[in-house]
Design a protein around this ligand. Structure first.
Ligand SMILES: Cc1ncc(COP(=O)(O)O)c(C=O)c1O
Length: 136
C-alpha cells in the first residue's frame, strides 16, 4: 500500500513514537499540577516547546500545543477576531476546512461580520475580491 494522504494525516515518526512511550505509559501526569511526577512532565513539555521553537526560529512563548488541526484553526480564527477589538470582520474563502468554515458560519449567525469569497476552478481566491471585501 502506498499512502498518499499525508496532507490529511500522517503516521507517527518512529523516533517520535519512541520518545512518547514513557509519557504514554509510566510517566504520565497533568503538567499543570504541582506534585513531582507532574513537574517532571512539565519539564519535558517545556523542553519540547524549546526544541520546537528553535527548529522554526521562534521563541518558546510563541509555541502552543493543541490536540490537532481543528483546535488550532479555532484558536487562530477566534484569537484574530478577538485581537481586532472592534468586533472584527472575517474574510475567508468558501472552501475552507469545515473547522474554519463551520466556525465562521456560526460566528456569522452570532452577529459577526463574515465574508465568504468564492474560488476559481483551481481553488484560488481572487486577490481583487479580498481587496474589495476589506472594510475600513
Ligand atoms: C486544513 C485542515 N484543518 C483542520 C483539519 C482537522 O484536523 P484535526 O482532525 O486534527 O482536528 C484538517 C484535517 O485534514 C485540515 O486539513
Amino acid at each position: 500500500v502506498i499512502y498518499l494522504d499525508n496532507a490529511a494525516t500522517t503516521p507517527l515518526h518512529p523516533k517520535a513514537r519512541e520518545a512518547m512511550i514513557p509519557y504514554l505509559s509510566e510517566t504520565f501526569a497533568n503538567p499543570s499540577s504541582v506534585y513531582s511526577s507532574a513537574r517532571a512532565v512539565r519539564k519535558a513539555v517545556d523542553e519540547v516547546r524549546q526544541v520546537t521553537a528553535t527548529a522554526i526560529n521562534a521563541t518558546a512563548q510563541e509555541i502552543y500545543f493543541t490536540s490537532g488541526g481543528t483546535e488550532a484553526g479555532n484558536w487562530a480564527a477566534l484569537g484574530a477576531l478577538e485581537g481586532c477589538g472592534n468586533g472584527g470582520h472575517i474574510i475567508t474563502s468558501s472552501v475552507e476546512h469545515p473547522c474554519i468554515y463551520n466556525l465562521c458560519k456560526r460566528l456569522e449567525k452570532l452577529g459577526h461580520a463574515v465574508t465568504f469569497l468564492p474560488v476559481n476552478a483551481q481553488g484560488m481566491v481572487n486577490p481583487q475580491d479580498v481587496e474589495n471585501a476589506i472594510r475600513p
